[in-house]
Design a protein around this ligand. Structure first.
Ligand code: ZN
Length: 319
């Protein structure tokens, strides 16, 4: 099963108060409306599981594949763990709320879910001069609580400018917000637990504000903020330049730039692959599949060698 083909996946779209229409204009997806904030492109999460579009499991979800065909991911049949990762594309037509995510232990003990949320972002496009929030300036927990309670956002929040091609690593416990005008591909632990710290006092169409989670935010925020050190390395394989963006406890993420041809070895349990620019073909055992911007797939464990040909960029990840 899937020894010589990728497992192609269909994105699941999520409406958000801050969403827009770039998932249509830049990715040609058929989005449900002009407030589409997220495409969950590689997901086995119950809040939006991706469906498989080819091969023997066509029409099943990635979660079904994970639960019923562990061999595709090089796991044992009695492995009880849930699918570990989640890949999304986010279109921030407006600022996202300032938020923070818990770690694994807090998520298990307080929320009863298996994973916390460490995430990272590859900036696909960014309007001129846009900013995001990453970290804070409080030196102690008392100072953090005071600044939050008094709404001293300008004093508390650390703002950072970004441009297309930037990479941002956001460990659990980091206060963060994606700013208006940014489109990112996010690779994260498969979790949907978010504690909202500040939502710009926004109201939705019905006049409602979104819930804040101030106490939990204070409990899980790392104080003082520390910028995570990320060591990046680069490897050239034929026409493929493989840049490792981050390698950490939960995931390793790469940017691949393809210009021509490359023969590749699959030496991981499985790979998550998103085409973020251009067009290419992947050939496995003499069988070719067309890839273009917006295509997402998993290379399962059965695939051991593959060839890439074309001009394209990819974001690739594994556990
Ligand atoms: Zn987040």
């Amino acid at each position: 099963m899937y020894k010589n083909e990728p497992i192609f996946l269909q994105p699941v779209f999520q409406e958000r108060i801050w969403g827009g229409k770039k998932l249509r204009t830049e990715f040609h997806y058929e989005i449900p409306n002009d407030l589409t904030g997220e495409a969950w492109v590689i997901s086995a999460h119950p809040h939006g599981p991706s469906m498989i579009t080819n091969g023997p499991l066509e029409g099943k979800s990635l979660a079904d594949a994970w639960n019923e065909h562990k061999e595709l991911f090089n796991k044992k049949d009695d492995d009880q763990g849930e699918y570990p990762l989640l890949v999304k594309i986010l279109d921030a037509a407006d600022d996202l709320s300032v938020q923070v995510h818990p770690n694994d232990q807090f998520s298990r003990e307080v929320e009863g879910v298996p994973y916390g949320k460490t995430e990272c972002w590859y900036v696909l496009s960014a309007e001129e001069g846009v900013e995001l929030v990453l970290g804070h300036y409080a030196k102690t927990e008392e100072e953090l609580a005071e600044m939050i309670d008094h709404g001293q956002w300008d004093k508390l929040l650390r703002r950072v400018k970004v441009k297309a091609g930037d990479f941002v690593y956001v460990p659990s416990g980091t206060i963060h917000a994606i700013g208006k005008g940014i489109v990112i591909l996010e690779t994260q632990q498969s979790s949907d637990i978010t504690y909202r710290v500040y939502d710009y006092d926004r109201k939705d169409a019905a006049g409602n504000t979104r819930e804040l989670h101030l106490e939990r935010s204070k409990q899980v925020t790392t104080v003082p903020h520390q910028d995570a050190e990320v060591k990046q390395t680069e490897k050239v394989n034929g026409g493929l330049v493989e840049k490792k963006l981050v390698e950490e406890q939960y995931f390793t993420v790469y940017h691949w730039e393809l210009n021509g041809q490359a023969d590749c070895e699959m030496d991981k349990d499985f790979l998550q692959v998103s085409v973020v620019e251009g067009m290419a073909a992947i050939t496995i055992d003499g069988k070719s599949f067309d890839l273009k911007k917006g295509t997402h797939f998993i290379l399962p464990h059965g695939v051991r060698q593959f060839k890439l040909d074309g001009k394209a960029e990819f974001i690739v990840s594994h556990e």
